[in-house]
Design a protein around this ligand. Structure first.
Ligand SMILES: Cc1cc2nc3c(=O)[nH]c(=O)nc-3n(C[C@H](O)[C@H](O)[C@H](O)COP(=O)(O)OP(=O)(O)OC[C@H]3O[C@@H](n4cnc5c(N)ncnc54)[C@H](O)[C@@H]3O)c2cc1C
Length: 457
């Protein structure tokens, strides 16, 4: 009996895929290449996850767990010898607990499905990102995802109260507590969050919820200086009474590019200002929120912090503003060999960092196709993208920019993780001692190294 047939006996023939059927499936969200793997199994219960892992551990069979395959660091890519394990059949959501403000969801629940389900109960799940239609709870937690609302609700880690997880040897660790306070020894939960499937397989989580805001006010602002941007952030934090939920910065090159690509005849604000910010506030009072929002926007203009502002007057206009920030396809096409960086920096260092990055690229890689910078400014997180007409000098660009991030003592991965794409640069942000401690944890929990081998380090 082949290894895949033995695994199919655990999950059921219908839920084990190999050969042409597997090759026909795109590798991930970003890549249409055929999937390369020994096979793909889709367990339908935690017991089946446990049995698959126990089998793999006994046979030293490498396993990569898959969520929605939207990660940006090649974290679910394997070799012809790897087994893929999809969590898509573990997709149950329990009825939300409106008093405790929690919901229990399995790892294969898609983010958008969860958002809609809790919204029907008058509640909000505090994570949102562009991959919402595919990314799954297990993947979001395993990458400790961030996104558009982290400044209000925190990152994925902050949404988790309890966790169920299966270790490499099949042991089920179930600690599905629905409360915040739980000081009962080591915090195992936080080991698995952000571990990119290298320490265990998340099967279920108890997630924190928030009251569902009833109002949303959105504006696009143009700035002549970075000082104006940071003053606006401070003012909104102070004066919007805790309702500020997004503060997304776009450097001019990105804004101008996307406006030219998406709406050249009707830009919401003229192109050409050094910085733009898309901000959003969500609150609970129809009249007071809109009035307060308008007043804060007006004061930013009066005090000379913002050069120009447009406030969305309808949900259609709100959608158009967000599209300028979220649309990435024209950029992907334009940059040909796209080279992107997801970094954290102190806000006070960002403007100089951007200048240094531009100058370094102009000096050492003059054929670069430009530099686009956007980000979740309130979280200190920037997405920096450049491109080349061909891939030969991509490693040089990476060395240059990662080196600069290290000089600024920034993080080489703010929210996307390390995977394969950044593992050579982990030492730019973590010390040798820290990496040795990570390796020790990996060896203790996965002594045969079967879980997502070769990722992170
Ligand atoms: C258009 C778009 C916009 C995006 N914007 C953002 C953004 O703003 N912020 C952000 O943080 N990310 C963003 N992402 C990246 C991506 O959506 C996140 O990394 C997401 O958390 C990945 O979830 P996934 O289910 O697709 O996981 P996958 O890509 O399938 O897996 C990611 C990692 O988690 C592991 N894993 C998956 N499921 C489990 C499990 N059950 N147990 C253990 N390990 C598991 C995998 O092995 C892999 O290492 C974006 C992606 C897209 C496509």
């Amino acid at each position: 009996m082949s290894r895949l047939s033995e695994l199919a006996a655990i999950v059921g023939e219908r839920h084990a895929v190999a050969g042409e059927e597997l090759r026909a499936r795109p590798q991930d969200f970003w890549n249409n290449m055929p999937t390369v793997a020994l096979g793909l199994v889709k367990p339908g219960s935690v017991a089946e996850v446990s049995a698959v892992l126990a089998y793999c551990d006994r046979h030293a069979q490498p396993v990569i767990v898959e969520g929605g395959r939207t990660n940006l660091v090649h974290a679910t890519r394997g070799t012809p010898e790897t087994l893929l394990m999809s969590m898509e059949r573990l997709n149950t959501i329990a009825p939300p607990d409106a008093d405790g403000m929690t919901v229990e969801a399995e790892a294969g629940v898609i983010l958008e499905t969860l958002q809609n389900k809790v919204q029907q109960a008058g509640l909000r799940f505090g994570l949102d990102l562009g991959g919402r239609g595919s990314a799954m709870v297990g993947g979001l937690l395993s990458t400790n995802a961030g996104g558009f609302q982290a400044m209000r609700y925190g990152v994925a880690r902050d949404q988790v109260l309890g966790l169920e997880c299966v270790l490499a040897n099949g042991t089920v660790l179930s600690h599905l507590v629905p409360y915040t306070k739980d000081n009962t020894g080591y915090d195992l939960r936080n080991l698995f969050i952000g571990a990119e499937g290298t320490l265990g397989v998340i099967t279920k989580a108890v997630l924190r919820l928030h009251p569902l805001p009833r109002t949303v006010n959105t504006a696009l602002l143009a700035f002549d200086s970075f000082v104006g941007v940071t003053a606006a952030l401070r003012s909104m934090r102070e004066n919007l009474q805790g309702t500020l939920s997004s503060f997304e910065i776009m450097w001019r090159e990105f804004y101008d590019f996307n406006v030219e690509a998406l709406c050249p005849a009707s830009p919401p604000l003229p192109i050409g200002s050094p910085f733009y910010v898309l901000c959003e506030a969500e609150g609970f009072s129809e009249e007071a929120d809109a009035e307060r929002f308008e007043a804060v926007m007006a004061s930013l203009l009066e005090e000379g912090y913002a050069a120009d502002i447009v406030v969305a007057q309808s949900s259609r206009q709100r959608g158009e503003l967000w599209r300028i920030r979220e649309e990435f396809e024209p950029e992907v096409k334009f940059f040909q060999t796209m080279i992107d960086f997801d970094i954290s920096l102190p806000i006070s260092a960002m403007e100089q960092f951007a200048r240094d990055a531009e100058a370094l690229l102009a000096r050492d890689i003059p054929e670069n196709l430009g530099l686009h910078i956007i980000g979740h400014l309130g979280d200190g997180n920037l997405h920096v993208t450049t491109g080349l007409t061909s891939p030969e000098r991509k490693p040089e660009v990476q060395r240059l920019i990662y080196g600069l991030i290290a000089q600024y003592r920034g993080s080489i991965s703010a929210e996307h993780g390390i995977g394969l794409a950044k593992k050579n640069y982990l030492g730019h942000s973590r010390s040798a001692g820290e990496i040795a401690a990570m390796r020790a944890i990996k060896a203790a929990l996965d002594p045969n190294g079967i879980l997502n081998p070769g990722k992170i380090f």
